[in-house]
Design a protein around this ligand. Structure first.
Ligand code: GDG
Length: 466
C-alpha cells in the first residue's frame, strides 16, 4: 500500500472552500492560509500532497491539483463523524483541556470512539498516497493518533507532528480518560513540535512520569535537544518551533483605505482593534469590560473599539454562551457611552477578506490581544507586521504563546481587569518614542522569523532525526 507522493501534509481541514453559484453550480476553490503558503514551496517542489477534510459533511470531491501543482486529497467525513470527532472530542474535550480548563471539558465515550475512527481513516488515506520513505507532516490536536497508526501501517515513513495549541501540564492532561492512547499516538512520530519550550516541557514531564518511557535532554527552541525513548526502543525528538506569519498573505494596503476607515468610524482620536475567532479562550468579553471601565472613569476620551469576531464552532454550547455575553456587553457599552450614529464599540460578527483586515491593522492605534490561553496568536504578529514604521502599540496577554517572542508588547494578565486597563492606558498614552522603539523591535522579530523559517526549521530537524 503506497502512492507516489514524497511529501504529505495531513490536517483536519483541507485548504479548500465550497462555493455554490446562484444557479446551483458548485466549485471547490483552494483557500490559501498561512500554513498553505508556508508549505506550498515544499509541496510544489516535492510532488506534495495535502490530505484533509474539505469542510462539508458527507461530501468529498475527487482529488485535484491546485494551479501551483499541489495535490489535494479529500477525506470524507459523515455528519456523525463531524459531530463526534470534530465538535465533540476535538472541540469540547481536547480544546478546553489543552487551554487549561477555561471551560469544563466534557468526556464522552462515543466522542472518543469517533475520534479514534476518524484518526484511523486519515491515517489510512495517508498510507495510500505516501510514497515509499516519504515525509509526512501531521498537524494539530484533531489528529494526535495519526502518527501512531501510521507508524504501524507504514514503518518506512518519516513522520513529523506539530501541535498548534498549547500542551497542558501533566496534572491537567492526566484527567483525560484516554491519556495513554494519546501519548502513544503522538510518539508514533519521529519529531513532535510545539510552539513553546514550556509546552514541550509539559509533554516531556508527562512522558517522564509514564512507565516504559525514558526522557533525555531538555526542551529547546528550533532545536531537538530533547528525546523520548519509547517502549520499543525508538527515539522521538521533541522541540519548540514557534509558528509565524506569511507577511505576503496580508496583501497590499489599499491606498486611502486607512483614512476612509477612520472617517467611517467618526474620525476618533484613538482606534483600538480586536480580531479573533469568537472563542472563549480569546478573552473578548474581558477586554470589552476593561474598555467599559476606562470609559466610565473618563480615561479614554475619543476612543473607539473595533472588534471583529469571526464566527466559529457555532453549534457548541460554550461558544453560544461566549457570543451572547460578548454581544450583551457590546449593546450595554454602546447604550451607555455611544451617541446617535456614533457607537463606541463597532462590532462585526463576520469573516472579512484578508485585504480588509490589513486596513484595520494599519488603521489601529492600539491592538488588543487578550487571550486567557493561546498556542501562539498570529493576529498579534500580523498587527506588528503591518507597522514597519514603528507606529501603533500592542497590548498582549502573557498567556499567548506570542508573548515569548513579542515580549516588548504591553503585556497584561487577562484574569486581572486592572492589568488589562493599565496595559491599554499605557498603549494609548505611553511616550511615543518608547512605543515606537518597542514596535520596531517586534517588527524586526516578526520579519526575521516568518512562517517559511518555521516550516524550514521543523522540516530540517525532522530530516536530521532519522
Ligand atoms: C490556532 C491557535 C495559533 C481572523 N479573522 C479573520 C481572519 N482571521 C485570521 C487571522 C489569523 C488567523 O485567522 C487566526 O489565527 P490565530 O493564531 O490568532 O488563532 P487560532 O485561529 O485560534 O489558531 C493559535 C494558530 O493556530 C497557528 O498555529 O497561533 O494559538 O489557537 O491569521 O488573520 N482571516 C480572514 N478574515 C477574518 O475575518 N480572512
Amino acid at each position: 500500500m503506497s502512492g507516489d507522493n514524497s511529501f504529505v501534509v495531513v490536517a483536519n481541514r483541507l485548504p479548500v472552500d465550497l462555493h455554490t453559484a446562484p444557479d446551483g453550480t458548485r466549485t471547490w476553490t483552494p483557500s490559501p492560509g498561512g500554513l498553505v503558503a508556508a508549505l506550498s514551496p515544499v509541496l510544489e517542489h516535492q510532488q506534495g500532497c495535502w490530505v484533509g477534510w474539505p469542510g462539508v459533511p458527507d461530501e468529498a470531491p475527487e482529488p485535484f491539483r491546485t494551479d501551483a501543482g499541489v495535490l489535494l486529497h479529500p477525506v470524507r467525513l459523515t455528519q456523525g463523524d463531524f459531530e463526534g470527532f470534530y465538535e465533540g472530542f476535538s472541540n469540547a474535550s481536547l480544546w478546553p483541556l489543552y487551554h487549561d480548563l477555561i471551560v469544563t471539558p466534557e468526556y464522552h465515550r462515543e466522542w472518543w470512539a469517533r475520534y479514534r475512527d476518524v484518526n484511523l481513516l486519515f491515517a489510512q488515506e495517508v498510507a495510500e498516497v505516501a510514497a515509499e520513505g516519504a515525509t509526512v507532516w501531521v498537524q494539530d490536536y484533531q489528529l494526535q493518533l495519526v502518527p501512531g497508526i501510521l507508524r504501524q501501517l507504514r514503518p518506512d515513513l518519516r513522520i513529523g507532528f506539530f501541535l498548534h495549541i498549547p500542551f497542558p501540564g501533566a496534572d491537567l492532561f492526566r484527567q483525560l480518560p484516554w491519556r495513554e492512547e494519546i501519548i502513544r499516538g503522538l510518539l508514533g512520530a519521529d519529531l513532535i513540535g510545539f510552539h513553546l519550550e514550556s509546552n514541550a516541557r509539559n509533554f516531556l514531564d508527562l512522558c517522564a512520569g509514564t512507565e516504559g518511557l525514558t526522557v533525555s535532554g531538555t526542551a529547546a527552541t528550533r532545536r531537538t535537544d530533547a528525546h523520548v525513548t519509547t517502549h520499543d526502543g525508538r527515539s522521538v525528538a521533541v522541540g519548540a518551533f514557534p509558528i509565524s506569519i506569511d507577511v505576503d498573505s496580508l496583501g497590499e494596503g489599499t491606498p486611502g483605505g486607512v483614512e476612509k476607515l477612520r472617517a467611517e468610524l467618526g474620525d476618533p482620536q484613538t482606534v483600538i482593534l480586536g480580531v479573533d475567532r469568537l472563542d472563549y479562550t480569546k478573552g473578548i468579553l474581558q477586554r470589552l469590560l476593561a474598555f467599559e471601565e476606562l470609559l466610565e472613569a473618563g480615561a479614554l476620551e475619543g476612543a473607539v473599539l473595533l472588534q471583529i469576531a469571526t464566527p466559529s464552532r457555532e453549534r457548541i454550547d460554550q461558544y453560544q454562551v461566549a457570543r451572547s455575553q460578548v454581544e450583551e456587553a457590546v449593546g450595554r457599552i454602546n447604550g451607555r457611552f455611544g451617541s446617535m450614529g456614533r457607537p463606541v464599540v463597532h462590532y462585526l460578527h463576520q469573516s472579512l477578506p484578508k485585504s480588509q483586515l490589513r486596513t484595520f491593522y494599519e488603521a489601529a492605534d492600539v491592538m488588543l490581544v487578550t487571550p486567557f490561553k493561546d498556542g501562539m496568536n498570529l493576529v498579534a504578529k500580523e498587527y506588528v507586521a503591518c507597522h514597519p514604521d514603528g507606529s501603533g502599540a500592542l497590548v498582549l496577554s502573557e498567556f499567548a504563546g506570542a508573548a515569548v517572542e513579542l515580549h516588548q508588547a504591553n503585556l497584561c494578565n487577562p484574569f486581572d481587569m486592572e492589568s488589562i486597563k493599565r496595559a491599554l492606558l499605557t498603549a494609548v498614552q505611553g511616550a511615543p518614542d518608547v512605543m515606537r522603539e518597542r514596535m520596531l523591535a517586534m517588527h524586526a522579530q516578526v520579519s526575521e522569523y516568518d512562517v517559511d523559517r518555521w516550516a524550514e526549521a521543523f522540516l530540517s530537524a525532522l530530516g536530521e532525526h532519522r
